[in-house]
Design a protein around this ligand. Structure first.
Ligand SMILES: [Zn+2]
Length: 198
């Protein structure tokens, strides 16, 4: 092998190493840039959050048990008329997002709808809507826009006066839980969050 040939081979080898390094690098940056694992495009960002009843401002409803009251992990939205006057009222998605799940979780919870919202900077938050009578969404990962009807207010099978138990979480892997706890890690105060993200 001449010196010239071995130099050329060395340059070729170096080029292959550099190019393959770039390919790995670009695959890596694509994977981190696009937060939706199954999609090749940016998600529908959630850049504006509304109240989940009486859209967009909660008109006609009051928060009967605020986050933190009695160790409550969410807000309880009730119609101003009290009792079951809000039974069957529409619940709206608080922001753009993707459905995690919508299903009947049985005693104490009833139908629970959970949506994941992607915020720029790649923070994600989940919203949870519980005790529903009906659900209008069911397909995991289905795209839901802010203000879309997702279900109706219920009684969790008759065990409560009708209301919407509404939680927000930044702990994305938290189990369904019990709705009450002194430990609020992973949970957000929904009303405070909405008011600072209008
Ligand atoms: Zn509640």
């Amino acid at each position: 092998m001449t010196k010239q040939l071995s130099t050329n081979l060395f340059i070729l080898f170096a080029l292959v190493v550099i190019v393959s390094g770039f390919m790995v690098q670009s695959n890596h940056s694509m994977a981190t840039f696009h937060p939706r694992p199954s999609m090749d495009i940016d998600p529908l960002w959630a850049d504006h959050f509304d109240f989940p009843v009486g859209k967009p401002d909660g008109d006609g409803y009051y928060n009967a048990q605020k986050f933190g009251e009695n160790n409550h992990l969410g807000d309880d939205w009730n119609g101003l008329g009290g009792g079951n006057t809000d039974l069957g009222d529409t619940i709206y998605s608080m922001a753009n997002g993707y459905l995690i799940s919508a299903k009947d979780n049985g005693h104490g919870w009833g139908i629970v709808i959970m949506i994941q919202h992607y915020m720029k900077g790649y923070n994600k938050v989940n919203s949870l809507y519980a005790h529903c009578t009906e659900m209008f969404v069911s397909q995991p990962n289905q795209l839901i826009r802010r203000g879309d009807p997702i279900g109706t207010i219920g009684t969790a099978g008759g065990i409560y006066p009708a209301h919407l138990h509404f939680e927000m979480r930044h702990g994305l892997e938290l189990p369904l839980g019990g709705g009450y706890s002194a430990d609020t890690s992973g949970y957000l105060d929904p009303t405070a969050f909405i008011n600072s993200h209008r």
